[in-house]
Design a protein around this ligand. Structure first.
Ligand code: SAH
Length: 208
């Protein structure tokens, strides 16, 4: 996976490659799907949600430019896989998941594997997670109509945010830094994610 799907496609950050080489993705897929865990695709994890394609996890982690001292907020924890990868790159990771069953499952997996710096929290991530903020890095793993205001407020000045923003069918993944009360978008690439729900997400989004 690391050689064929990541390195071969422009994921070059050695820390990201090492992190993805060390986190056992088969522990995060749905039961029975372990033999497909390293395939080049997103996979269903129940409740209409997916574990993202390895390449997309690698790309977003690389774009986030996580430093070892960073506190990272992840909105849309899903299986917990990306949170575990981020945990290898950062000091602390707060992974917020809105579906209670997924949050519980991700928390169990993360604790079973002993990733002590990754914290799974069940709530609406569009509100951020103020108790552990502000964050040096914020990543949204679901498609947002716009970057939720509370997340901008919980990002440190100069902090970096990576998020798929757009409509329900197709989005651009923006890479931005906080400059005062504004986000300065550096660049963006096309992507497709499941919808972000919650107060600042798509109201009534079914998550398909
Ligand atoms: N990073 C995940 C994949 C995320 S899929 C992984 O590695 O497996 C997107 C996830 O965002 C889904 O699990 C969905 O339930 C969750 N989600 C959607 N809206 C949310 C919100 N407002 N707050 C927190 N999580 C949300």
């Amino acid at each position: 996976m690391v050689q064929g799907q990541l390195r071969g496609r422009g994921i070059t950050d050695p820390r990201v490659l090492a992190a993805m080489g060390s986190v056992p993705r088969h522990e995060f897929v749905a039961p029975g799907d372990e033999s497909f865990a390293y395939d080049d695709r997103a996979m269903p994890i129940g409740y209409g949600q997916t574990i993202s394609q390895p390449y997309m996890v690698g790309l977003m982690c690389q774009l986030l430019e996580v430093r070892p001292e960073d506190r990272v907020l992840e909105v849309g924890g899903g299986s917990g896989y990306q949170a575990a990868v981020l945990g290898q790159l950062a000091a602390e990771v707060y992974s917020i998941e809105i579906v209670p069953e997924l949050a519980r499952r991700a928390d169990l997996t993360i604790r079973r594997l002993g990733y002590g710096n990754v914290h799974v929290i069940e709530q609406d991530g569009t509100l951020g997670y103020p108790p552990s903020g502000p964050y040096q890095r914020i990543i949204i793993a679901a498609a947002a109509p716009a970057v939720p205001e509370p997340l901008v407020e919980q990002l440190v000045e100069g902090g970096r945010l990576v998020a798929p923003v757009g409509d329900l069918r197709v989005q651009t993944c923006i890479v931005a830094t906080r400059n005062g009360d504004e986000l300065q978008v550096e660049h963006s690439i096309g992507c497709v994610f499941v919808p972000l729900r919650g107060e600042h997400g798509w109201h009534g989004g079914s998550g398909e």
